[in-house]
Design a protein around this ligand. Sequence first.
Ligand code: HEM
Length: 417
Amino acid sequence: MRRERAQTVLNLFHEHLSVLPTRDHQLHRQRRSVLSRFFSQQNVRRLAPVINDTLAHLFDRMEGWATTGKPFSLNAAYRAATKDIIQDYALGEGTKCLDMEDCNAAFFETLNSERLTHVTGHFHWFTVAMTKLPPKVIVALSPHIVAFMNFINDLTAKIEEIRSSKDDAEGRTIFHEILRSDIPTEEKSTPRLVDEAMVLAIAGADTTANTLVALTYHVLSTPSIFARLRKELESVMPYPDQPPDPKALDQLPFLNALIEETLRLYPSATHRQDRVAPDDDLIFQYPAGRRLTIPAGTMVGMTAPIVNRHTAWYANPDVFDPDRYLNDPKLMRRHLTFSKGMRQCLGMNLAYQELQTFTAGMFRKYSVFDGTLQQQKGPTLELFETGIEDVKTYADYVTPGLRPGSQGVRIRVRHPE
Ligand code: HEM
C-alpha cells in the first residue's frame, strides 16, 4: 500500500529520494562511498599545497599577461586552474591547462556548447548512440568534439599508466587508491574508471571557476566590497604574496559571506535536479492550506537558479548582498547550489577551499585599479569591457550559459610605473 508523506517539495532534496531504480541506486551509493572519503574536509585540507601551487601558477600567467598589457579572459584562466587542481588530485602529474597558451579554452568551449548539452541532456539514447560511432564519423558530425575526444584518450592513457604502477608506494592519487582497494574487479575496468575520472574533471572544474568569475566581477566593480575584503585578509595574511592558510580563512566572516552570496546568486550547476520517491505519494502543502498530491514514481525537478531566489528565504533576492549572512547566519549553506541529500555535490569541501584560497590570494595581492596608477602601490586589476550582462546566467547548459556574443569577464593587470 502506498504511504503518504507530507512534504514541502524542497524537503525532497534533504531526503534519501533517488532518481534511479533501486538496483542502480545501490550501485550509485557503493560508487559514491568509494570516492567520498577523498573529499572529506580532512582530506581536502591536505590538498592546500596543490591549491596554493596552482594559485601561484595562475599568478605567473597573470604576470605574463601584465607585460603584454593585453586583457585576458578570467573565465579561461579560472577554468584552467580548477581543472589542474582536480586532475592533479585524481590522476597525478600531467599536462597543465595553465601551461597552455589558450588555457585549454577549446576543451571548455566544447563542454559548454549549447547544442551538445541540450541534446545530450534530453536525449540520453543519442549520447549512447554517438559513443558507438567510429571516431572519424563523430568528428565529421561535430568538429568541436575533437578536444573532448583528446581529453578521453588522455584519461584512458593515464588510467592505464596508474594501473601499471598502482603498487608503487609513491602513487597517492585518487585512482591509485581506487585501483588498490578491494572493490569488485568489474568496478576497476578502464572504461568504468575513465567515466569516473571524466565526471570528476568536469564537475570539479567549470563549476568552481564560474563562481570565482562572478565573485571577482563583484569585487572589481564595487570598491566598498574590495575595501572590506582586503582589510579582513590583511588580518590573517600580513604579506601580499603569502599563501593563504585554509584554517585562518574559515574564520573570516566577510570573505565567507561573499562566497556564499556568489554561490546563491550565480549557481554554477543550472540544470534541473531530478528526484523521485519510488514508493510514496508526496504531499505538497501550499502555505494557504491547499494540498497537492504527487503520485509515487513521479519525477520532480528543481533548479538552483530559481530556488535560490525564493522570496520566502531571501529578502530582495535579486540583489547581491553578502551582508544578509552577517545579519542572519542561519542563511549560510541554505541554497541549493550544491544540491541536497544523497546526490549532493561530492566535491563541496574542495570547492569551498578553492573559493576561499583563490579569493584570498587574488585580493591580498592585487588591488582594484582606480585610474591613478602612480599613487597605487602594488599591482592592480581592472575590468576590461565587462559589465554585469557578461556575468549573469543567460541560459542553462548544465553550467551557466552567457548571453550570445559575450566574452565573459576580461581583466587587465597593471603594475606601478
Ligand atoms: C562551486 C562549485 C560546484 C558546484 C556549484 C557543484 C554543484 C553540484 C551539483 C548541483 C551536483 C548535483 C547534481 C545533480 O543532482 O544533478 C553536483 C554533483 C557532483 N559534484 Fe559538484 N559542484 C561544484 C564543485 C565540485 C567539485 C570541485 C568537485 C570535485 C570533484 C565536484 C564533484 C561532484 C561529483 C562527483 C558529483 C556527483 C555526485 C553524485 O552523484 O553522487 N563538484 N555538484
